[in-house]
Write a protein that binds this ligand. Structure first.
Ligand code: SAH
Length: 295
């Protein structure tokens, strides 16, 4: 088959984005597509297993993440972290399209990381590293904190949870990009509050307008303004179980049993309750909630 006939939707979409893919890179995408189809026949790797869908919903959709950065900065050698990358998305397409970026791909599922390592070797990627683990645990390593210029996470969790996974890894001035779809009003409201708590700021979402991905997709982008505080992320599981930014109405009683009423609690963990007026109620959240009531 003539090379020009390969992956036409990806080539056309990338061209509109301003990403030029040479014949070698198209060959790398083809090899990755073949490997995905082979592995998907044997193990449960990704819900998308049709070749055309892989081209649009995995390859092109992953490249959209680059829109979070102004194109004139793409040539810089960014450090990129993809959290919850699954079968390698958006990490692997970004590594192919931007060989000058150094991509770390993190996932909690071992077999998915094994696929990614084999794919990177087979495709010939030298700017790609796959790490098996949870975001909450990797973020405990001091060398990983505030290390990355760009942190991506697609289809992993709701915004407040995602932001708690991503912000600790993002350097001040760096960006977090979270592709999303559907009605996001509530998620963005909670995400904005969570972002502030994590030293970040949500920017206006970027609409994806490139066919066939012009179906209501947006990129939610946050800019890291300050280093994320050391208390985040909370221990494994907590960011998903008790998302920051949730408006919880509660009455809380102080230790001396004087009634102390707060409108909203921004978030809580075992150590403290974060009040919406910016004050912190120190002590065990469980004690406060036991002494108060959710309303
Ligand atoms: N980003 C990929 C995969 C989405 S599925 C895509 O868009 O196609 C979500 C993935 O996130 C799963 O593979 C799961 O193992 C991983 N995951 C969920 N929570 C995680 C965490 N706290 N740390 C690391 N990986 C996580």
């Amino acid at each position: 088959m003539n090379d020009d006939a390969q992956l036409p939707v990806l080539r056309a979409g990338a061209a509109v984005l301003g990403i030029s893919l040479d014949a070698g890179q198209i060959g790398q995408f083809q090899r990755l597509q073949t490997l995905l189809l082979e592995w998907s026949a044997r193990i449960n790797l990704t819900a998308i297993t049709d070749p055309n869908e892989i081209e649009t919903r995995h390859f092109l959709d992953s490249l959209m993440c680059a829109l979070a950065i102004p194109p004139h900065e793409w040539k810089r050698s960014f450090r990129v972290l993809d959290i919850g990358s699954g079968a390698g998305f958006p990490a692997l397409p970004l590594a192919i399209a931007f060989p000058q970026w150094r991509i770390t791909s993190l996932d909690a599922t071992g077999k998915k990381i094994r696929f990614q390592r084999q794919a990177a070797t087979s495709v010939g990627l030298s700017n790609f590293d796959a790490v098996h683990g949870r975001a909450e645990e990797l973020a405990q390593q001091p060398s990983e904190r505030a290390r990355y210029h760009l942190v991506t996470a697609r289809a992993v969790a709701a915004l407040p949870t995602l932001l708690e996974y991503c912000a600790p890894f993002t350097r001040p001035g760096g960006r977090i990009v979270m592709p999303k779809k559907g009605d996001l009003a509530d998620e963005i409201a909670a995400g904005s509050k969570a972002a502030l708590e994590l030293g970040a700021l949500l920017l206006p979402p970027i609409a994806v307008t490139i066919p066939p991905l012009n179906d209501g997709r947006v990129l939610v982008v946050a800019e890291q303004r300050h280093r994320c505080r050391a208390r985040y992320p909370r221990p494994a599981g907590a960011p998903a179980k008790h998302p920051l930014g949730r408006a919880i109405r509660a009455r809380v009683y102080q230790r001396d049993k004087t009634r102390y009423t707060v409108g909203h609690i921004r978030g809580f963990d075992d150590r403290e309750i974060l009040l919406n007026d910016g004050r912190y109620a120190h002590g065990r959240a469980r004690h406060f909630l036991a002494a108060g009531e959710l309303i």
